[in-house]
Design a protein around this ligand. Sequence first.
Ligand SMILES: CC(C)(COP(=O)(O)OP(=O)(O)OC[C@H]1O[C@@H](n2cnc3c(N)ncnc32)[C@H](O)[C@@H]1OP(=O)(O)O)[C@@H](O)C(=O)NCCC(=O)NCCS
Length: 157
Amino acid sequence: MLVRRAVREDLGRIQELWWELTASHLVFDPPFYAKRPKKECLKTARRWHTSALKKPGHFILVAEDRHQIVGYLLGAVCKRPPIYLEAKHGMIYSLVVAERWRNRGVAKNLLKTAFSEFRKLKIKLVVLNVDPKNRPGRKLYAGQGFRDRHVLVVKNL
Ligand SMILES: CC(C)(COP(=O)(O)OP(=O)(O)OC[C@H]1O[C@@H](n2cnc3c(N)ncnc32)[C@H](O)[C@@H]1OP(=O)(O)O)[C@@H](O)C(=O)NCCC(=O)NCCS
């Protein structure tokens, strides 16, 4: 398996995987994750992914198995409030592996490469959001040394 930087030609497959990631979360909390129609969401996601290919401090990594993209990760450097000694952190916005390729270490490989990209950018903290009901995600991140920091609390009105 190969992990590399994504290029424009990869965006179609990245979109499919992004939708897989997004759709998988609905079951965790339907009112919170309810989405606009798929076509509209994909259009928005396309703009986001396209800009991530160009923006400094942003990167998309893809994992390839026999020339097929089986997972991707979107990372970016974000500023922190100026009260903190660490002025920036690395944010992992998306990480998804296609269902058929799960549990074979693909996500761990994407994370390993993302950490090295962030290190090159002199980043010392990496953060991400994961739903508490997302057991594979929780297990993956705990195993990779992430600790719980904030809990997002939500109330329906
Ligand atoms: C979470 C996800 C990215 C893991 O990808 P993956 O390639 O299967 O993960 P890996 O094979 O690298 O496994 C990493 C660790 O997670 C564990 N894991 C993976 N899937 C698991 C599952 N279904 N149940 C329990 N543990 C699981 C593995 O056992 C492994 O632990 P280990 O280091 O102790 O061996 C994948 O399940 C996925 O894409 N899910 C849908 C999208 C998603 O939820 N993304 C995360 C959003 S924050």
